[in-house]
Design a protein. Sequence first.
Length: 350
Amino acid sequence: MKNVTASSEKLLIRTLKGEVAERVPFWFMRQAGRYLPEYMKLRAEAGSFLDLAYNPEFATEVTLQPLRRFNMDAAILFSDILVIPHALGQELAFKAGEGPVLTPVNDVRTLEALSMEGMHDHLSPVYQTITNLSKKMPSGVALIGFAGAPWTVATYMVGGRGSKDQASTRLMAYQDRETFSKLINLLINSTSEYLIKQVDHGAEALQIFDSWSGSLPAGEFITWCVEPVQKIIENIRKVYPDVPIIGFPKGAGAKLKNYIKKTKVTAVSIDTSMSTSWVRSTIQPLCTVQGNLDPLLLASGGIALENAVYHILDHLKDGGHVFNLGHGIIPQTPTENVKLVSDIILNYRR
Ligand code: CP3
């Protein structure tokens, strides 16, 4: 164990950088959202999800809401991974019961209509939200910025909506590799600039969400998930060599090891399917891990939930660990369950 007394850095930041500290820090993916009545209230006032996300005052408030109830060690910027395609000029709407709907970008013509020219103007409300937050963060709480990884963002851009198997995007990657590579390159460049701007405005750590990386075979995973994230991280580190970056290649399984080595992420988020004993022996020696409670168990509650929380804490306590879920909180989650889990983690000692 490293000496923890001398550091003035926040617990989350120290832990991401590899310190095995006095307590396990925690936050939850989608911690701001529909399971909170106070979120629903502001969401109704704002009108649509995008009106909420692009309103700095509302987005700041929504980001801070979960901290007031549960004392997390981090807040995550309230926005969405799809603001990047939107900022590049793609049409985007969030439809009730349907999720995101975009006008598909799946050939040379639709790709060439996109541009990074007005991107930062479009994203200025997001940067303003980060500036607001950096002044309002409770002491000791770190602000996490984020973006989607190129592959996952591309699956929505090409498909025009979410899908179970990302088939249309996988087909495009096989059938029109040249155009698809250009789309991925555009996303590498725009996402790199976007994340650097987030740090400029006050983000203290970054997470890159690759929610759909599990749908690719090993070779394609290298080309479309590992290499783009590797380039984004190289670009960020030229400007900010020390900012911790969490990678979340969901569904990567055993490919996670190579992902860490190649991308040089500071930490990885592990999904619910991963065995914590395998993670302890294979992944924790490489970097800090974040995860991996099943969000459905958080929604169900009871003794099974408590046991699972202790199981994760006990298995990962000897290495770098940030407690989190294996994916986002679902809207049906009772707030009492989130409180219960938060209290267990806050009282747990290694
Ligand atoms: O609290 C937080 O975690 C920060 C905010 C955040 C949102 N989306 C807000 C949101 C973050 C980090 C995301 C990431 C995101 N968005 C991902 C990657 C992580 C993952 O969940 O896999 C993806 C794939 C998206 C795209 C997206 N956004 C979808 C598919 C949907 C519809 C599904 C749903 O839950 O409604 C969204 C909408 C969305 N993004 C909501 C929120 C709070 C719900 C919008 C609402 O209020 O109706």
